[in-house]
Ligand binder design. Structure first.
Ligand code: AKG
Length: 275
């Protein structure tokens, strides 16, 4: 079992749960190498602004890449890893669709957080418990380097959102932070939180970069017509009768390629480091 009964119950009761060692050291090395590769290629964009929602900050940096499936075969393979499918199925059921994949990298010293929000303020599904984020710590995520914070038990409250003045496109809310829980994770740990759960990350003023890789999954019954179109080229099913392992959506069977993707990403890093 990828998640124990208590973790599933915690998700249903509090709108989140933590899987501390979902990915092992080799998988973490591959993910770190891949994100370094994307950073080197300039694929991550600073979305932090200077308080007007428009002017890109030169002082604060919140690097985002969204979506990711076009940029990384490793990231594209990850939602089909059996332990991921199992965990997500146990939280939101069968017939699950990958909604979104994205990464936020907070550079050392001047990394900016992502302000409080509920994912459902963007996604607007009818039941905020039938969609879940899986946020993976790519590096150790601590209070000092701005790890994910969530507010337990608030998933059914619809908070008012407005444009975030510190981002060029995000929206944010202003919840009562007194009940916020910082979720510290070793690299490879993941937190699952429902679309209704308020969450944010904080700034990174430490000496090392910190990245988080976020996937969003939702149950087919809550997907928009656009996501279900016959000719869609992403939004793969990760379980259920309509799951083709990515073949239908990406034109290539992605399920089962994880181990070879991990090997390739690690080898890529070793080659770069050997130069
Ligand atoms: O990693 C981050 O800074 C924010 C991630 C997040 O809020 C999300 O994926 O919904």
């Amino acid at each position: 079992m990828a998640l124990k009964a208590e973790q599933i119950q915690q998700f249903k009761r509090e709108g989140y749960t933590v899987a501390p060692h979902l990915f092992d050291a080799r998988e973490v090395a591959a993910l770190q190498a891949d994100i370094e590769r994307l950073k080197r290629l300039g694929k991550l964009r600073n979305v932090a602004t200077d308080g007007d929602g428009k002017t890109h900050s030169t002082q604060k940096v919140n690097l985002q890449i969204c979506p990711m499936y076009r940029e990384s075969t490793l990231v594209r393979a990850l939602p089909f890893v059996p332990k991921v499918v199992e965990a997500v199925t146990s939280l939101i059921g069968d017939r699950v669709i990958l909604h979104l994949d994205q990464c936020f990298l907070k550079p050392a010293k001047n990394g900016a957080g992502t302000s409080w929000h509920q994912d459902n303020a963007y996604f607007k599904i009818a039941d905020p418990m039938r969609g879940t984020a899986m946020w993976i710590a790519i590096h150790d995520a601590t209070i000092a380097n701005g790890t994910m914070n969530i507010i337990p038990g608030m998933f059914s409250e619809k908070l008012e959102h407005s444009r975030d003045p510190h981002s060029d496109h995000h929206i944010r809310c202003y919840p009562d932070e007194s009940k916020a829980v910082p979720c510290e994770l070793k690299a490879g740990g993941a937190i699952f939180f429902a679309y209704g759960t308020p969450h944010c990350t904080r700034g990174n003023t430490t000496e090392k970069d910190r990245a988080g890789l976020a996937y969003h999954f939702l149950h087919e019954d809550f997907a928009s017509a656009d996501m279900l179109k016959e000719d869609r080229d992403h939004h793969p099913y990760i379980n259920g009768a309509k799951c083709t392992g990515g073949l239908k959506e990406y034109g290539v069977a992605v399920a089962g390629t994880w181990d070879q993707e991990v090997e390739a990403a690690i080898a890529g890093r070793e080659l770069v480091e050997a130069k």
